[in-house]
Design a protein around this ligand. Structure first.
Ligand SMILES: NC(=O)c1ccc[n+]([C@@H]2O[C@H](COP(=O)([O-])OP(=O)(O)OC[C@H]3O[C@@H](n4cnc5c(N)ncnc54)[C@H](OP(=O)(O)O)[C@@H]3O)[C@@H](O)[C@H]2O)c1
Length: 260
């Protein structure tokens, strides 16, 4: 265990969903201290997965590990190339392998959101580093373990969290939208390439949720119309379970219609 890996043993009495598709599966989630990521940590732990999660701020990681005993918290920044291998090594050290990777951590680009002409190059670089390069590097670093899981018949899945901004050309969302569009296309190509080896790569839009990211993007928005992240986490867990249980066939057309 390194200084950046924080654990809190699971109490013996903890129980979850009986017969869960996730029971015993090893799951890693980036951005696990807030919004959708934290809701996913809770949901998948409840479904009896072994869960490791990553975030940059140590106090947030320690808080979630305290609140959700049994989780493995890792302090790291997915936008930093030098953090990727330490994060991957800690995930594998904590879980002993990997079946499901959820690339959820995200960066909005400039806040307040800005027209592309007013966007600093550093802001778009950070959005791409967090939303595209980070998921690419972390997936690549963990691919051997995911492929080993698939070879063992456990069914490996990578989920890249997308957005409707990946598809729609919303003014002011340029840095975020371009990075999510690239992540979405990367996911489709990687899925094609990895399906034969039994690893699926999904791109999933969770919908508009009441989270700190949404509040930063739309500070004056009507929050009452937004989905709660816990509901989005349940839906996403159901989608992943369908793939794990092979209810969704291995075809690109089907995965796009059903999951994106
Ligand atoms: N909220 C929405 O309406 C909405 C809509 C469509 C799609 N999405 C997508 O859903 C996902 C979750 O969004 P959210 O709204 O739940 O976000 P959020 O509440 O802002 O949470 C972001 C999480 O990511 C972590 N994080 C941020 N940058 C990181 C980095 N470089 N390395 C590691 N961890 C990092 C944050 O912790 P630290 O700050 O401590 O690192 C935090 O745990 C994102 O991919 C987002 O694009 C959201």
């Amino acid at each position: 265990m390194t200084m950046n890996h924080i654990t809190n043993p699971l109490p013996a009495s903890t129980e979850g969903h009986a017969g869960s598709a996730f029971a015993g599966l090893r799951v890693a989630i980036t951005g696990g201290t807030s919004g959708l990521g934290m809701a996913l940590v809770r949901e998948l732990l409840d479904r009896r997965a072994q869960v490791a999660f990553v975030a940059r701020r140590r106090d947030g990681v320690e808080r979630v590990v305290r609140e959700l005993p049994g989780t493995h918290g890792i302090v790291g920044d997915v936008s930093k190339k030098e953090d990727i291998h330490p994060i991957a090594v800690q995930i594998l050290g904590a879980l002993g392998g990997l079946d499901v990777l959820i690339n959820n951590a995200s960066d909005l680009g400039p806040t307040p959101l800005a027209l592309l002409a007013d966007t600093e190059c550093e802001d778009i670089e950070r959005a791409l580093a967090t939303n595209l390069l980070g998921p690419f590097r972390l997936t690549k670093a963990l691919l051997g373990s995911l492929a080993a899981s698939a070879r063992d018949g456990r069914r490996a899945v990578v989920v890249n969290i997308s957005s409707d901004a990946a598809i729609n050309a919303y003014p002011f969302w340029g840095a975020y939208g371009a990075s999510k569009a690239a992540l979405h296309h990367l996911s489709r190509i990687w899925d094609e390439e990895l399906v034969p080896g039994g690893v699926r790569v999904l791109s999933v839009d969770p919908g508009d949720m009441d989270t700190p990211l949404h509040a930063a993007a739309v500070p004056d928005g009507d929050r009452s119309a937004l989905k709660c992240p816990e509901a989005a986490a349940r839906e996403l867990a159901g989608t992943i379970a369908s793939v794990l249980l092979r209810r969704i066939p291995d075809s690109r057309a089907k995965s796009e219609e059903t999951l994106v």
